[in-house]
Write a protein that binds this ligand. Sequence first.
Ligand code: NAG
Ligand code: NAG
Length: 337
Amino acid sequence: MQQFVLFVLFFAGFSHALKSCETCLGSGYHYCADSKLCNTPACVNTIKEVLNCPHAPNATYDDNEARTKWLPLFGAGATNAKMAQKCFDNNWPTLKVSKRFLVNCSDPSPILPPTECAMITAVDVSQKILVMTFRATLGNTQLGEEVLNFLVAKKQFFDVGKVFEFFYDAYLALWRAGLEQEIRSLKYRYPDYELWVTGHSLGASLASVGASWVVKAGIFNPDSVKVFTAGQPRTGDYNYALWHQNTFAYSFRVVHHHDIVPHVPLQNAPVDHDRMYHHRTEVWYNNDMSVGSSYQICPEADGLYCVNQQVDLSWNDHTHYFNTDLNVYGDLGCPKK
Ligand SMILES: *[C@@H]1O[C@H](CO)[C@@H](O)[C@H](O)[C@H]1NC(C)=O
Ligand SMILES: *[C@@H]1O[C@H](CO)[C@@H](O)[C@H](O)[C@H]1NC(C)=O
């Protein structure tokens, strides 16, 4: 009997320690990523937010597909319609440009001139895929504008949290310039196709917002949407990030080595950003990303993991993904590797 009581006491204590990360945090404790135990006194990597509870992604990351399909999509989004088609012909010949959209994307700013945002839609009827690919920041002016906007404002994104106003307004400008009509008619014409949404840098944030937008607008079911970004800045707040990762089974956020942009804006910056967060799943290449390079599938959304552990940050790492200079790749027609 005594033994039984001891056993029950022991088991009660232990089952507490063995709680899942979500249950542990829900009970007001912290979760220890190292020991995988709830509320252990000594812990190196403590998790305090459900967003960061360690999980494997629901989809499988494919490094070869990243190089042969998503990389040419980054290139195509960054150039004009003619060279975008060349990007496809060189790498993914069944994919055809549908439309290109170019708009003034910044708020009227008393300080800086208007800047332009661009994106391309495409269709592959043999593989049943629709594409939205967004262009990155063009030049230093636009980056300056973005950073200024980071310090200014956030906007409510439907009922799921907030995103930076710059990204919201830029996406809305594209949407109103005909993207909405284009997406609705593509969906009407090809109802059972997947939608692949992608971009690099600013384009990555627009891809995150765009994929979320077509789902919140009721046009696409998230199960048929794939999100794949590179060098994405923090785009939305905690609620947005949590909703995004609870909604999209396939969402990968690739980060190259010490790329500075995924650190922007800093989570612990002196200015209050309402703490903006990344959503899952970061794929971190701690190398030059040449063919055969290793990578980590990061178990936390935006914890002290992977690129967040780096302090020596690099702009050059931001412009080079998969060992390719993204400043020129699209304009060159995405030469096959
Ligand atoms: C953006 O605004 C400028 C200045 O008002 C104008 O010249 C330019 O044509 C606009 N660009 C687009 C894509 O509408
Ligand atoms: C991912 O998988 C988990 C566990 O099977 C499931 O509970 C969750 O709903 C899935 N998330 C998405 C976005 O499909």
